[in-house]
Design a protein around this ligand. Structure first.
Ligand code: ZN
Length: 254
């Protein structure tokens, strides 16, 4: 039984009950989870696992399971160092509560949605992507230079325009018939499950994506393009950051 990926239908769900299905050297697997596993450039979630008898195990990361017989949806919750004894006491069939570090995840969601806006602004294929709590980085396959100020002001404009964000499912066949929907060279669309999840930023961007996003671009809030680099002769790298709270209040005063 694959892990039910609750973050896919509701990225805002912060906790869930679950039943342990397997404990391996890599970590803990359960029947359903709110933890997004590292993938598609987006970092995995961290958080806490709690048992009914009050044991709390810190979870440092979530990954796609590589255990024998794992399906592509299986998630392994990686315990933080120092919790080996508590993990050794866990058993399949045991009910637990899972909670993600919400502040960290919400930053992933805001950055991830901002990278979709960047795709629309730049309009070139993506050849690399990294989304963390501290920055987001997108590599575009292009040789023309990009002007930082222009990209930043377009990005801030799309955030301020408060575009709704939604997901829907299409069949593998529909995606194969519409190859222009695929805008990434580095992350392959998840074909082979019968259905593909499309992420739509209303009237801005539409592409297959399995990550977590905010419901409206306004939730991205204050965001800056910190640098644009020529990563290689054929690649331009754009890095995004959230200004520190002090910088936001200074900008509001000026
Ligand atoms: Zn996405």
């Amino acid at each position: 039984m694959p892990t039910r990926a609750l973050f896919r239908s509701d990225a805002y769900q912060r906790s869930c009950s679950a039943v342990i299905t397997r404990v391996t050297p890599a970590g803990i697997e359960v029947d359903q989870t709110v933890f997004y596993p590292l993938g598609g450039g987006q970092a995995g979630d961290s958080g806490v696992l709690r048992t009914e008898d009050g044991i709390a195990i810190r979870l440092a990361d979530a990954r796609k399971s590589k255990a024998e017989g794992a399906t592509p949806d299986d998630v392994v919750h990686v315990p933080a160092p120092g919790f080996e004894d508590q993990v050794a006491g866990l058993r399949p069939g045991q009910p637990v509560l899972l909670e993600i570090d919400w502040e960290r995840r919400f930053r992933h969601m805001r950055f991830h949605t901002a990278t979709h806006l960047l795709c629309a602004i730049v309009g070139e294929l993506v050849d690399g992507c990294s989304i963390t709590a501290d920055y987001a980085r997108l590599d575009f396959a292009m040789t023309e230079p990009l002007v930082r100020e222009a990209v930043e002001s377009s990005l801030q404009g799309l955030v301020a325009a408060a575009h709704p964000v939604r997901s829907r499912w299409i069949s593998d066949e529909e995606l194969l018939a519409n190859p222009q929907l695929v805008k990434s060279m580095s992350v392959k669309p998840p074909i082979g499950f019968g259905q593909v999840r499309l992420l739509e930023v209303d009237s801005v961007d539409l592409q297959p994506c399995g990550g977590t996003h905010v419901k409206n671009t306004a939730e991205i809030g204050a965001i800056t393009v910190t640098r644009i680099e020529k990563k290689s002769a054929r690649t331009r790298r754009v890095t995004l950051a959230f200004p520190a709270p002090a910088e936001v209040s200074l900008a509001a005063q000026s």
